[in-house]
Design a binder for this molecule. Structure first.
Ligand code: HEM
Length: 435
């Protein structure tokens, strides 16, 4: 090819890239350990999911009598069928992990503070959509695992006061999990939720650019640099993103080639496995359900968590810690301490509730909503508030440091609850090694 033509091709390619990547970026944001490329990795995983999802649609049949057989046929008779299903399955699970890590990165670099506060809320919307996408996809193979996990999870909706029964029937498309549920989940999974994800992602990226890129890192005590040194986005940013994407795709492909996506026996509505568990990303809530009244475990506590998460971006801090890892040195020490306390305290409280505490025996006349809801949640809430005030006054923590400490405490406690639910709940959901 003549040199002129080659150069023209490069110019065209570069113009194409610059339509969606910034022309100049602050040099300091390019370090891998600033963002770890987690937002970009989430995008790559979403694209992998769409690509493999479309391929799966050629083989999948969304009807209770056919769904399981169509998946079996895909795995056994279609060239690369097992691999494509594996890539879809593992990417979906990895996406949740990567998104949560991205969320942690955003919190710990203070990247949710103005002017990025609304993008934080959009991010939470994306997290909700990705969970919805995973959840609706979970039912589609129509095996024992998926059938009963969705039965358990949609069963939790029944506990929503005033209208829980209606909500449950609406999601299931009737009283039981059946044909209507499968077609509802299939439609949500293949059209409604992906469209929502793409709309929100477009908005998310636009807000990143409107904030003039990602937050610029700085050391504790260092002032915000209003005019940071910039370098060209192409090649410096683009090449790094490209390398991360290649490594991620190669790793997902390799893993999917080695480990097949699980597929159990065909769904049997008459035989519930023991224990019957929700998908792993909802196990934290199923664990809460074992300790608190359902209205608290399924409605009030998750609602408080979601509202609390959204609110941290709007609290008004009187200082701008954005760009500083863990706010300050004291913030880092407090975060470490909060993680340690949550790591020790959560299993102790779970074991105490399982084996020692007998609230029903201690207060036999008390209605369950008070005994298993208002009283324990109120007591834990008071203990938390005392801890928060202690950190604020005795440790002289700023609001940003104290909020971050609270975030770490709750995040680690929820992760521990999830781990207990996944690995330490055996038959009858009794506490013990579940394998
Ligand atoms: C499909 C899911 C998501 C995708 C594809 C995505 C993508 C991205 C990308 C590419 C960036 C640029 C910097 C980076 O790579 O870290 C970014 C930044 C950001 N994301 Fe996300 N994200 C997703 C979910 C979330 C979630 C769950 C949250 C938090 C609740 C969130 C909050 C933010 C915020 C506040 C920024 C600005 C950070 C900064 O300026 O340093 N995102 N996101």
């Amino acid at each position: 090819m003549p040199k002129d033509d080659r150069e023209r091709k490069w110019v065209t390619f570069n113009h194409f890239i610059l339509h969606f990547r910034p022309v100049r970026v602050p040099a300091k944001t390019l370090s891998y350990t600033h963002t770890f490329g987690l937002g970009g990795m989430s995008l790559v995983l979403v694209l992998l999911l769409v690509g493999t999802g479309v391929l799966l649609m050629f083989a999948y049949e969304p009807a209770p009598g056919d769904a399981y057989d169509s998946v079996l046929r895909l795995q056994e008779n279609v060239t690369f069928g097992k691999f494509v299903r594996g890539v879809h399955h593992w990417s979906a699970n990895l996406l949740i992990v990567v998104m949560v890590l991205h969320l942690f990165r955003v919190v710990f670099t203070g990247a949710f503070h103005p002017p990025r506060q609304f993008n934080w809320v959009i991010g939470l919307g994306l997290l909700a959509c990705v969970l919805a996408s995973n959840f609706t996809g979970y039912l589609l193979p129509w095996d024992q695992l998926s059938y009963w996990a969705i039965t358990i999870s949609t069963g939790m909706l029944g506990y929503v006061p005033w209208g829980g029964g209606w909500l449950q029937a609406a999601v299931r498309g009737g009283n039981e999990i059946g044909r209507a549920t499968l077609i509802t989940f299939y439609t949500l999974h293949t059209t409604v939720v992906p469209v929502l994800i793409f709309v929100l992602m477009g908005f998310h990226f636009w807000r990143v650019r409107r904030a003039r890129g990602v937050v610029v890192p700085r050391a504790p005590g260092e002032a915000v640099d209003e005019r940071p040194e910039k370098v060209l986005g192409l090649p410096f940013l683009f090449m790094k993103e490209f390398v991360v994407a290649l490594i991620l795709v190669a790793s997902v492909f390799l893993f999917s080639a080695l480990v097949a996506a699980p597929l159990g026996e065909a769904a049997n509505a008459g035989m519930s496995p023991n224990p019957a568990k929700a998908p792993w990303y909802f196990m934290g809530f199923q664990e809460l359900l074992l300790h608190f009244h359902p209205v608290f475990a399924v409605v009030l506590l998750p609602l408080a968590g979601a509202v609390g998460l959204a609110m941290i971006a709007y609290l008004g801090y009187g200082e701008d810690p954005s760009g500083i890892w863990f706010v300050s040195r004291r913030g880092r020490a407090l975060a470490r301490a909060a993680a340690g306390v949550a790591l020790v305290l959560t299993p102790i409280l779970v074991m105490a509730d399982e084996w020692l505490l007998d609230l029903a025996g201690m207060a036999p006349g008390l209605p369950p909503i008070l005994r298993d809801g208002v009283v324990p949640v109120g007591a834990l809430g008071l203990a938390f508030w005392a801890g928060y005030r202690w950190v604020r006054t005795r440790k002289s923590a700023t609001r940003a440091e104290a909020v971050q400490t609270a975030f770490v405490f709750f995040a680690v406690a929820f992760l521990v609850l999830t781990a207990i639910g996944v690995w330490f709940r055996g038959p009858g959901m009794a506490l013990g090694w579940a394998g």
